[in-house]
Design a binder for this molecule. Structure first.
Ligand SMILES: *Cc1c(COP(=O)(O)O)cnc(C)c1O
Length: 371
């Protein structure tokens, strides 16, 4: 029995339904569990190596290094390009807390750049002002799955000889100028949290890079900094992509394009039906994977409560920007007008592949009918 909204007799539309996806994959997933258990190799086995090859090929990149989760992927990416205690990292405040956690973990300080209100990503025009002699990296976030304006960001990065670490945590399959991310052999940090477009059944992450030397260093960093079983070159983490998760990710990677295609169809339909709210824009140089379908409304809180009463799950990504979190209180005060405005207006509607046309119509009708 599906849950029903209280007193309405109508089926709920949850924000996300991971069970629906699992039911479609059940035989494949069960076969993989059985295979990995029979092989008896649970850490850095064949599935990790194969997933790394397959995901690198999918992204059009050269090297992929699987790690334990997305925060470690970002932390290790930063550490591998020299970000350390005393460094500054130019990034955005409108993102998941994990982006900041990775910077903190590396001993560095974030310098926040305001966002472009149309794409919700780093406003490249405001980036240069955030760069100081202490800046050691630029960390743009492809938020909601819409890529940042990378040509401008890389142009500034090159002028200042700074590495770019792209936070691709929400951008599996998204494209900038027809190419998947990270752009031009750069460094991209992915996470496969269960709710992502490509999600594991637990924690998992990966780093992509076109630089073979960097990839080698990252392979050591994820395994204590070991060169081989008995030799440790430097200090690293214990953060390996789990063999079982790698096996699941290989199964799911084969479906990613189809799932992203369905999300894009859903986004089109929402775009046709929704009224009175600002719908997501896709820039002409971008391909959005619609990890989240984020609308803007001046009456956001009222709208979310109204949808909840109709049995529709809608969530806020993110209500509190990093620069207003208690954890970052020690940073110098800074106003980020577009970020703060977005935090008060954004609302994410359900957009998983398994949604039906009639469910999307019901969500749109409810949004349009909110007084
Ligand atoms: C999902 C997500 C995370 C969480 O990653 P973990 O693997 O849980 O560390 C972090 N940052 C962004 C932008 C995300 O979308």
């Amino acid at each position: 029995m599906r849950r029903k909204a209280k007193g309405t007799g109508v089926k709920m539309i949850p924000f996300l339904d991971l069970k629906a996806q699992f039911l479609g994959l059940k035989p494949e997933i069960e076969r993989e569990v059985s295979r990995v258990f029979s092989n008896g190799r649970f850490i850095l086995g064949e599935n990790v190596g194969l997933f790394e090859k397959e995901f690198a090929a999918y992204c059009g990149g050269k090297h992929c290094v699987g790690v334990g989760n997305g925060t470690d992927a970002l932390y290790l990416s930063l550490a591998s390009c020299g970000v350390a205690s005393g460094s500054e990292v130019a990034t955005v405040s409108h993102t998941a807390v994990a982006t900041g956690t990775a910077i903190y973990g590396a001993g560095a300080t974030p310098v926040f750049v305001d966002i472009d209100p149309l794409t919700f990503t780093m406003d490249a025009k405001k980036l240069e002002r955030a760069i100081t002699p202490k800046t050691k990296a630029i960390l743009p976030v492809h938020l909601y799955g819409h890529p940042c304006d990378l040509s401008q960001i890389y142009e500034i990065a090159e002028r200042h000889s700074l590495p770019v670490v792209e936070d691709c945590a929400q951008a599996h399959g998204s494209e900038f100028r027809g190419k998947k991310l990270p752009w031009r052999g750069g460094i991209g940090s992915y996470r496969f949290y269960p709710t992502k477009n490509l999600g594991a059944y637990g924690d998992a992450g990966a780093i992509l890079t076109g630089d073979e030397k960097l990839a080698g260093k990252l392979r050591m960093l994820r395994d204590y900094g070991r060169r081989d079983r008995h030799r440790q070159g430097f200090h690293g983490l214990n953060s390996r992509l789990d063999e079982l998760q790698a096996a699941f990710l290989r199964v799911k990677l084969r479906h990613l394009d189809e799932w992203n295609g369905m999300r894009r169809q859903h986004a089109n339909l929402y775009g046709e039906l929704l009224q009175g709210v600002a719908t997501p824009k896709e820039m002409k140089w971008a391909k959005h994977n619609y990890h989240l379908y984020v609308i803007r409304s001046k009456k956001r809180d009222r709208l979310q409560a109204f949808l909840a009463k109709k049995g529709i799950g809608a969530e806020i990504h993110y209500p509190v920007p990093l620069h207003l979190q208690d954890s970052w209180k020690f940073l110098p005060k800074k106003r980020l007008p577009e970020t703060e405005k977005a935090c008060n207006e954004v609302l994410s509607l359900p957009i998983y592949p398994e949604l039906s046309q009639s469910q999307i119509e019901r969500v749109a009708q409810a949004v349009n009918g909110c007084p």
